[in-house]
Design a protein around this ligand. Sequence first.
Ligand SMILES: CCC(=O)SCCNC(=O)CCNC(=O)[C@H](O)C(C)(C)COP(=O)(O)OP(=O)(O)OC[C@H]1O[C@@H](n2cnc3c(N)ncnc32)[C@H](O)[C@@H]1OP(=O)(O)O
Ligand SMILES: NC(=O)c1ccc[n+]([C@@H]2O[C@H](COP(=O)([O-])OP(=O)(O)OC[C@H]3O[C@@H](n4cnc5c(N)ncnc54)[C@H](O)[C@@H]3O)[C@@H](O)[C@H]2O)c1
Length: 328
Amino acid sequence: MKETFRALVMENASQPVLSVQEWDTGRLPDAEVTVKVAYSSVNYKDALVGVKGDFVKSYPFIPGIDLAGTVLASADSRFKEGDEVIVTSYKLGTGHFGGFSEMARVPAAWVVPLPKGLTLRESMILGTAGFTAALSVQKLEDHGLKPGQGPVLVAGASGGVGSVAVDILAKRGYEVTVSTGKKEAHAYLKRLGAARILDREAVTDHEDQSIRKKEWAAAVDPVGGKTTQYIISTLQYGGAVATSGLTGGREVTTTVTPFLGRAISWLGIDSVFCPMDLRVKIWEKLASDFKPEHLTSEIVREISLEQVPAALSDILEGKLQGRTIIKL
Ligand SMILES: CCC(=O)SCCNC(=O)CCNC(=O)[C@H](O)C(C)(C)COP(=O)(O)OP(=O)(O)OC[C@H]1O[C@@H](n2cnc3c(N)ncnc32)[C@H](O)[C@@H]1OP(=O)(O)O
Ligand SMILES: NC(=O)c1ccc[n+]([C@@H]2O[C@H](COP(=O)([O-])OP(=O)(O)OC[C@H]3O[C@@H](n4cnc5c(N)ncnc54)[C@H](O)[C@@H]3O)[C@@H](O)[C@H]2O)c1
């Protein structure tokens, strides 16, 4: 039986136009698991899709790279009606209808059971950005990072990846230094656990200088570009930077010197094709020892489907603080 649902629909490839529309379930794609969406969230990549028209190849399209909700029906025995689930990554919201919708139908291979210790709402306060922050911390710790080795820098700290990384690192006992371009976010970042705050310009390498004074045991880097350059030039001997983002640019100029002279490591972080066993492990950590302390008190802002287009423009301009979730 067909049911109707509301979704934010995107039309027109070159200049995206977004509007809330009522569709029926007959228009959902063929896939194994139908989900009644409870929450979605706003990520930088949603703005690449919804404002810039990146990734999407056919229209009309429902964006939204994150969703959490309850299974209505499943053709895959791993899931049954009533199960609470998280769906992120793969082609969700880029090549397959996504989470800015009251209903979604997705491949079972993309579905993660909601871990004990998280509500559906908390899972979307985290969302892809929070998952990426946790993956960054996990990869740095796998590399040997421990509290007590020196300050850990979080760049772009007021954003989604940055905010969650600050909270996780502070909770785990690291001395966290943050960088931000937003003066108005300083008090917020202190409440999340930042010990020291630097201006964005102080961690930007405008001189293409690949070696500077040693500063950081490690860094979480959702910024890229000249910020990554600066971080590479200032890591301590044996330090590592986990790079996940490009808000500050894609191009990085460095030399081999910090790698062969200081034994530093540049770790790449990808949430989209992260293998399922690691994905499930990271979500379970986010529900337990990595669970941020300030998710519901500080980090979240909740909006409606109608408010999403404005939030997408804001995130692209670097105006959002913390995480923005959408209640469906
Ligand atoms: C939440 C994550 C983010 O915020 S990502 C931020 C922006 N991401 C990017 O700019 C990376 C985009 N991807 C690329 O440039 C290329 O796919 C790179 C990484 C170079 C890999 O190339 P290659 O190994 O040849 O694979 P491919 O291009 O054939 O991709 C395979 C299929 O997967 C897709 N894909 C790839 N990356 C993403 C992504 N980040 N998000 C969504 N989909 C992605 C590609 O479109 C491709 O799909 P299809 O086979 O064309 O249908
Ligand atoms: N690799 C992955 O799998 C993955 C997953 C999630 C996010 N990302 C990337 O991480 C980045 C952050 O995503 P988000 O959802 O947290 O976005 P966000 O907008 O919430 O955070 C971005 C942060 O970057 C800052 N910023 C913006 N322009 C800047 C500039 N020119 N220089 C320095 N800082 C700048 C913003 O102030 C903000 O603090 C994006 O580039 C996104 O594509 C990658």
